[in-house]
Design a protein around this ligand. Structure first.
Ligand code: GUN
Ligand code: FE
Length: 425
């Protein structure tokens, strides 16, 4: 039975504006579900084991809404191109290697190990178009205990010979096999329909993927309105669509019938934003990637003000780091540049807001995840912030703020729980 009590200095979000902090609090977990945070141990739970992290920070596990597992191998390399050129020069040649299962095994072992050692407990992941390598990745993720959605990527056009499926039908057939093989295989690892982006997928392929999503009740992930050259290309490829979003929504790949997460949304127009809001499409804001491949800055304040579904993505290897602490800081920083250089009516983000995005905002894609409120699945990370000594007194909120910026540098992660199980200590 995974029932116990965690003691420590506890921080979690109630909503995007409300950060709750409780020094010396007690977080009660029953069967992997939070019963809430208390000042003292409630009498009826007095018999549960106590996991004592006195003086340390306890917060929800981090959620990465967008990451490319096969690109982890070359993170930090090749940041010298814009998106489309970057894909052709770096991403596609690297991803072509995953037809070789021995290479995939080596690379995905490194990736899974990095995920295990991070503060992330939930991820939405792109594999490659190779079904077998993607299933190998899923096996490895299941073993480390995080909860993830993993996609076999679909690509049937505008891609090199080494990274293109033979036809729309071949891609659809292989994806159906992938769904059948993985949908009920794991406890914590699930398939997700993954058209790479409109330039890589013919209309016939998109239509088939929409059918599969509906038939198998499987969610969807892709890229949307990331870069000016890409948006222009989609306009040429889909002259019938009034915007990029419609190139997905036409095929049932835009929040309905199944939940969907779209990475980036830097250049979404008002109509596209309205449709995302209407359909409950999740946006994965990926600030490091948008900076590294010179895509731009997403108008995150607008999305927060409209109460849209929104979280953060590392987007490795467009983003150079899998750390969600890095993603939070990047989101803070680019929001300041957006305010300064683009639109002074868009107030910069604050720490409570990026913390919400990295936990409860993204967590909603997985259900009741990313908070310690009663009824939430218990994902938690413990940080020993005594590794960041200070001469002055600090409030718990200030300790959290400093840790967002600095905890990654000192490797402060002490323990990680997912669905009420310790997966790293
Ligand atoms: N658009 C299509 N493929 C990709 C990718 O691998 N990374 C990013 N950042 N954008 C994409
Ligand atoms: Fe991406």
């Amino acid at each position: 039975m995974n029932s116990f009590i965690i003691h420590g200095d506890i921080c979690y979000s109630a909503d995007q504006n409300t950060l709750i902090t409780k020094e010396n609090g007690y977080l009660v977990c029953e069967d992997g579900i939070s019963l809430g945070v208390f000042d003292s141990i409630p009498e009826e739970y007095g018999g549960l084991p106590l996991h004592d992290y006195s003086g340390m920070l306890v917060m929800p596990g981090m959620v990465d809404l967008h990451i490319h597992a096969p690109q982890y191998a070359y993170r930090g390399l090749g940041m010298d191109r814009e998106l489309l050129d970057w894909l052709n020069t770096y991403a596609f040649p690297e991803e072509s290697k995953y037809g070789d299962l021995a290479y995939a095994d080596r690379a995905y072992t490194i990736f899974a190990n990095a995920v295990k050692n991070s503060a992330t407990t939930r991820l939405v992941i792109f594999g490659t178009l190779h079904r077998e390598a993607t299933e190998l990745l899923m096996d490895k993720l299941e073993k480390i205990g995080v909860v993830s959605y993993v996609g076999k990527v679909n690509m049937d056009r505008n891609s090199p010979d080494t990274l293109r499926e033979a036809s729309a039908q071949a891609s659809i057939t292989d994806t159906e096999r992938f769904l059948k093989e993985t949908q009920h295989k794991y406890k914590n690892t699930y398939p997700i329909i993954t058209p790479r982006f409109t330039p890589s997928c013919s209309d016939e392929l998109m239509a088939g993927l929409g059918e599969l999503s509906k038939e198998y009740h499987v969610p969807v992930q892709s890229h949307l309105s990331e870069n000016p050259g890409e948006v222009e290309w989609v306009r040429e490829l889909c002259p019938w669509a009034k915007n990029y979003g419609e190139a997905y929504s036409r095929f049932g790949l835009f929040g309905k019938p199944e939940k969907t997460v779209m990475a980036h949304c830097v250049y979404s127009d008002d109509d596209e934003i309205a449709k995302m809001k209407e359909n409950g499409v999740f946006i994965a804001h990926c600030p490091a990637s948008n900076t590294n491949v010179a895509s731009g800055i997403a108008p995150v304040r607008k999305y927060l003000d409209r109460d849209m579904k929104l979280g953060l993505g590392s987007d490795v290897a467009g983003g150079h780091s899998e750390s969600m602490f890095t993603a939070m800081v990047d989101a803070l920083q680019v929001s300041r540049l957006y305010w300064r250089h683009v639109d002074q009516s868009c107030k910069p983000l604050n720490v409570a807001e990026v913390f919400y995005l990295a936990t409860k905002g993204g967590g909603e894609f997985f259900g009741k995840v990313g908070s310690f409120e009663k009824g939430y699945e218990l994902d938690a990370v413990v940080l020993d912030d005594s590794l960041l000594p200070h001469p002055q007194p600090l409030t718990l909120q200030e300790r959290l703020e400093r840790s967002v910026y600095l905890a990654g540098d000192v490797k402060a992660l002490k323990a990680k729980y997912c669905r009420g199980r310790i997966i790293k200590s």
